[in-house]
Ligand binder design. Structure first.
Ligand code: FE2
Ligand code: FE2
Length: 194
């Protein structure tokens, strides 16, 4: 397993001070949630430390990495530079740091879009990124509470919140995000009645 102290050093080296602080906040939040939900805390911290590791790499360079080392079927991701870093962070973790744990790699890969069939570790990283202590938006306190009170309910609420904003701003919706939303709706027992 990759060393946490080594990852902390890498985060400081590759990211601005502000973003490094964000990453350390996500790692603390993910550790707390992992304890709460009986998930391996070391894996949660490692995934959190890796989640934004390529975020400051030039988007054109990231797109090249994606085309060379991954297969992305959803064009929306290729058309959205802000989503590249989740794909390239997985490539970086897998190919440069030799992280082999599929759960960690998936938690990194799906931290921006979510997807259907997420493991608890994936949900924890997605939500820890949304509610870490450096985050400041109107409903953050509510989501922080929900994050400790049931992963699936919090996933549904945060997906509703973020999809609403994406639609408001006429942003493209990744297929994975729609499939995640549908899954948590079904779990909550919702179906179309109209
Ligand atoms: Fe990110
Ligand atoms: Fe992040």
């Amino acid at each position: 397993m990759v060393e946490i102290t080594e990852l902390e050093r890498l985060v400081k080296e590759r990211l601005s001070k502000k973003r490094a602080n964000h990453v350390f906040s996500v790692a603390r939040q993910a550790g707390k949630m992992a304890l709460r939900y009986g998930v391996n805390t070391e894996k949660a911290e490692i995934a959190a430390l890796l989640h934004d590791i390529t975020k400051e790499v030039d988007p054109a360079e990231q797109l090249k990495m994606i085309q060379e080392f991954d297969i992305i079927k959803d064009n929306v991701i290729l058309e959205s530079p802000s989503l590249y870093h989740a794909v390239t962070a997985r490539i970086y973790a897998r190919d440069i740091l030799s992280v082999q744990d599929a759960e960690i790699l998936n938690a990194v890969r799906y931290h921006t879009t979510a997807r259907a069939g997420m493991s608890d570790l994936e949900k924890i990283i997605y939500l820890a990124d949304a509610v870490s202590e450096d985050r400041d938006y109107k409903r953050v306190e509510e989501f922080r509470r929900l994050a400790m009170d049931g992963l699936n309910r919090c996933m549904l609420e945060f997906l509703k919140y973020s999809i609403r904003y994406l639609v408001r701003d006429e942003c493209l919706l990744p297929v994975d995000t729609i499939q995640a939303y549908n899954e948590y709706c079904r779990m909550a027992g919702h179906q179309n009645e109209r």
